[in-house]
Design a protein around this ligand. Structure first.
Ligand code: GUN
Length: 283
């Protein structure tokens, strides 16, 4: 049976360590501050944003919430970002995606000061990642690396296959894995003979949002399987991209859905907000 990589337990530990760091920073006059901009009323985004705020409050990170109406213009949104870029008390800025269709996501993300880009989505952050310079990286990949680290799963020299090439998960995770000396393949919807490829993976990461896409026959015995997908089925339950019941007897380690990668993502956002705040003291 696969070891369960428990993101709930690990993220709790990380958050409680962060809380102590935040207390120390506060004693030196710095309160880590995260500014979150939410445009419109996408229900999933509202849930994500609420969870982020809740975690922030728990560990003493100040979260500033800016809810803008669905019909917000690009100019208004850019003005808000510019104001937060200028605010010396704001360490991290996060514009919740997706944005309503009149807004150009790339332009908005590019307008965030790269040194406050807590999501790691700006081209400067992405460039720093791929040149292996210290930087903020997207929270989900950061959380995956932290989870592997917590279970002492070393990626050095391992064959890593990432299914999914999104800017939020697949691509930045590939960068982090390469920086940690893994041998990485990114697979996607056009990949030929996907199953033969995934069966070669020592570490298989699936981030496509197709419930139960990966079955037992796509997994090498003993492999570590990281399930980033989360979709709500017709039964009202949350499902991952991996058929966990089928894969569990084959894999060496597996992340549950929910309770695997999800909680790590928010803890990672907090960790990187605190890192940005530390720079206020140490430059
Ligand atoms: N929407 C879904 N995931 C994310 C994320 O990590 N950051 C932002 N800004 N929006 C998201």
């Amino acid at each position: 049976m696969a070891t369960r990589l428990d993101g709930k337990v690990v993220s709790k530990r990380i958050l409680s360590e962060l809380q102590q760091t935040v207390t120390g920073l506060a004693q030196q006059g710095v309160t880590p501050t995260l500014a979150v901009i939410l445009v419109g009323s996408d229900p999933a985004s509202q849930v994500y944003v609420r969870n982020k705020q809740r975690r922030a409050e728990e560990i003493g990170v100040r979260s500033l919430m800016f809810k803008l109406p669905e019909e917000t213009s690009q100019k208004t949104l850019l003005a808000k970002v510019a104001e937060l870029n200028q605010d010396p008390d704001v360490d991290g800025i996060l514009v919740q995606l997706p944005l309503p269709k009149q807004l150009d996501e790339r332009v908005v993300i590019n307008s965030i000061d790269p040194d406050k880009d807590v999501d790691g989505f700006s081209p400067v952050s992405v460039g720093r990642l791929w040149t292996n310079e210290p930087t903020v990286v997207a929270s989900t990949p950061y959380g995956i690396m932290a989870l592997l680290d917590a279970y002492q799963i070393d990626v050095t020299g391992k064959r890593v296959v990432i299914v999914g090439r999104s800017n939020i998960v697949g691509r930045p995770l590939a960068g982090l894995m390469v920086n940690h000396d893994a041998t990485v393949t990114i697979a996607h919807s056009k990949t030929r003979d996907l199953k033969a490829l995934t069966r070669e993976a020592d570490i298989l990461v699936v981030a496509i949002g197709v419930p139960h896409f990966i079955g037992a026959d796509a997994v090498k015995p003993g492999a570590t399987v990281i399930d980033v997908g989360i979709s709500r089925g017709a039964d009202g339950k949350l499902h991952g991209d991996v058929d966990a019941d089928a894969v569990e007897p084959v894999a060496g380690a597996l992340t549950p859905v929910p309770g695997g990668v999800g909680p790590m993502t928010i803890a990672s956002l907090m960790a990187q907000t605190v890192e940005l705040a530390k720079r206020r003291l140490h430059g």
